[in-house]
Design a protein around this ligand. Structure first.
Ligand code: SF4
Ligand code: FES
Length: 255
């Protein structure tokens, strides 16, 4: 029986020293990559090869490597998180590629996510939008209500939990021709707007988050739906419709 051969690949990878330099694609060859390895493991092997050759390894972001943290922000063959759907880059496996294939790897491209180095971008704009949303207020004087005894309609609870699966990866922004962050902000606004615990600051929260989103330079939504297609967590466009309604309602109250 012949031994199973791995993939021989050509990688076109974006290299950029820092956010001031221009950056360019560089081409690398890698051979005998197991189809069982993950995309990030393939990059690990490439980096080991580069280090052994005395060259600088490629900087890329990762942390949990199990689809939770949202760090692994790579644009692979023109798609955020690569050719598979409903997964993050760290969950992408090399069996999705063919022997002899050329794979193009870029960082997220968005004005609001400047490149720090190679494939690493600065997504702290998301953190600032989240921080603008602030806290929730809970009355803790006297007999505090047990959270489990607060009734929440099943449909609302499900929608809030679905919205809360957003991991802040930024694929929605990277896939959008306008660089819009509406899917992300819609998810964050929805998870509180639907629950009783989010009601006290409901109006203030949406106004502040939208203001922060605009200030960070994210574009406007023009309903192309690319964000929903590329979101690894299947966040629905419904959250954008809710964000618009929440914002409109809160703005009317201010007028
Ligand atoms: S909405 Fe989806 S694509 Fe956008 S940050 Fe959240 S998980 Fe990532
Ligand atoms: S490394 Fe955490 S989601 Fe990919």
């Amino acid at each position: 029986m012949s031994a199973k051969k791995g993939l021989n690949l050509t990688l076109k990878i974006w290299r950029q020293k820092n956010n001031k330099s221009r950056g360019q694609f560089e081409t690398y060859k890698i051979s005998d990559v197991s189809t069982d390895s993950s995309f990030l493991e393939m990059l690990d092997i490439l980096n080991e090869n580069l280090i052994n050759q005395g060259k600088e390894p490629i900087a890329f972001d990762h942390d949990c490597r199990e689809g939770i943290c949202g760090m692994c922000s790579l644009y692979i063959n023109g798609r955020p998180h690569g050719p598979d759907t409903g997964i993050t880059t760290c969950q992408l496996h090399m069996r999705m590629f063919k022997d002899g294939e050329t794979i193009t790897i870029e960082p997220w491209r968005s004005a609001a996510f400047p490149v720090i180095k190679d494939l690493v971008v600065d997504r702290s704009a998301f953190d600032r939008v989240m921080a603008a949303g602030g806290f929730i207020s809970v009355n803790t004087s006297g007999n505090t209500t047990d959270a489990n005894s607060i009734l929440v309609e099943k449909e609302k609870a499900d929608k809030a939990m679905d919205a809360a699966t957003c991991i802040g990866c930024g694929a929605c922004v990277a896939s959008c021709k306008n660089g819009s962050a509406m899917l992300f902000v819609g998810a964050k606004v929805s998870q509180y707007a639907l629950l009783p615990q989010g009601q006290v600051e409901r109006k203030r929260r949406v106004l502040k988050m939208v203001a922060a989103m605009d200030e960070e330079g994210f574009g406007n939504c023009s309903n192309t739906g690319a964000c929903e297609v590329e979101c690894p967590k299947g966040i629905s466009l419904e959250v954008i419709a809710r964000l618009n309604r929440e914002y409109f309602g809160a703005s009317l109250d201010q007028a």
